[in-house]
Ligand binder design. Structure first.
Ligand code: SF4
Length: 309
């Protein structure tokens, strides 16, 4: 997930309760409307070695749910104006292969901290809210963490959602895009693709991982006609270099299916979670980008003919 959208309120939290809500009848939570992203970082060295070891472990074990009947989730929520068009039922899967310095949901990183759920349970909830989702031209979004750590689980859920006529969106960094089957992509109406940097060295510094798999995944989505909404997190001193932004913009301009680019100003709303997890937080003193910087970066994308938010 992009992890810069402020202050989510989960309708069910796997980590706080150990179980997700499943009782019938279920009260429909009020959709949360969030105006937009906002915030930034300077001089960070990159994710810690310990954090990357944990991420490597997630990579090794992320495919253990091979049949996809069940998986591991962090939480879910009903939202409006984020995670895709209309009102969305958004599921956050547990586990992530990246360790983004600006992540505001580090509590989603470890699969072992999540809760087991079956695809059928999730599809039951999708069915329950289907009238709300369809009435708003919304749908189902699967985010994380990194959903493609559990690709068969996502594929099974999306297949069921499409059988109900529900719009589907996948929120991913693209780093594990090679794990997404063509069948999964055929059932995906929209990918929310986080392109965290255009320069490989900066990408590595931001995430601890290589950039190329994300670039490859974006090209594959374009070739298969899958719509893309790109998110770019603007962090002063980290991702604001004009050449770096140009690299991202040039890349996106090559793709045929990018419908919009969202420039998300860095914010500090995740800081307390890093502290609570006792994770070293490199952006402690980083401020939100100035409006002039945000405007410059948005202009760089717009100059390539991209629609920018
Ligand atoms: S570390 Fe994972 S969950 Fe956090 S922002 Fe990066 S990709 Fe998203």
């Amino acid at each position: 997930m992009t992890a810069t959208v402020p202050a989510r309120v989960a309708a069910a939290s796997a980590t706080s309760t150990g179980t997700t809500k499943a009782a019938e009848p279920e009260a429909v939570p009020e959709p949360i409307t969030i105006a937009g992203p906002s915030l930034p970082i300077v001089g960070a060295a990159g994710p810690s070695a310990g954090s990357m070891r944990d991420a490597d472990e997630e990579m090794r074990h992320g495919v253990r749910h091979t049949k996809g009947e069940e998986g591991t989730i962090h939480s879910w929520e009903l939202v409006t104006a984020v995670d895709g068009p209309g009102t969305r039922l958004t599921y956050f899967l547990a586990g992530c292969a990246l360790r983004c310095l600006y992540c505001h949901n580090p509590d989603t990183w470890m699969m072992r901290n999540g809760t087991r759920a079956t695809a059928d349970e999730i599809l039951t909830r999708v069915r329950r809210y289907s009238h709300v989702l369809k009435a708003s031209d919304g749908g189902l979004t699967i985010s994380g963490g990194e959903p493609l750590l559990q690709p068969d689980f996502v594929a099974r859920i999306f297949r069921g959602a499409k059988e109900m006529g529900i719009h589907t969106a996948l929120d991913t960094s693209g780093f594990l895009g090679a794990r997404a089957s063509n069948e999964l992509l055929a059932d995906t109406d929209l990918v929310l693709l986080d392109v965290k940097s255009g320069d490989p060295a900066t990408y590595k510094k931001v995430t601890g991982r290589a950039l190329q798999p994300t670039l490859d995944f974006g090209r594959r989505l374009s070739a298969q006609g899958v719509k893309i909404w790109v998110r770019y997190v603007l962090v002063p001193g980290l991702t604001d270099d004009a050449h770096n932004v140009d690299l991202v913009a040039d890349y996106l301009a090559e793709l045929d299916t990018v419908e919009r680019v969202e420039v998300l100003p860095f914010h500090q709303m995740g800081r307390e979670k890093w502290h609570a997890l006792n994770e070293p937080y490199a952006l402690e003193d980083t401020k939100a980008p100035e409006p002039a910087l945000v405007a410059r970066v948005r202009r760089q994308f717009a100059e390539r003919g991209l629609t920018v938010y």
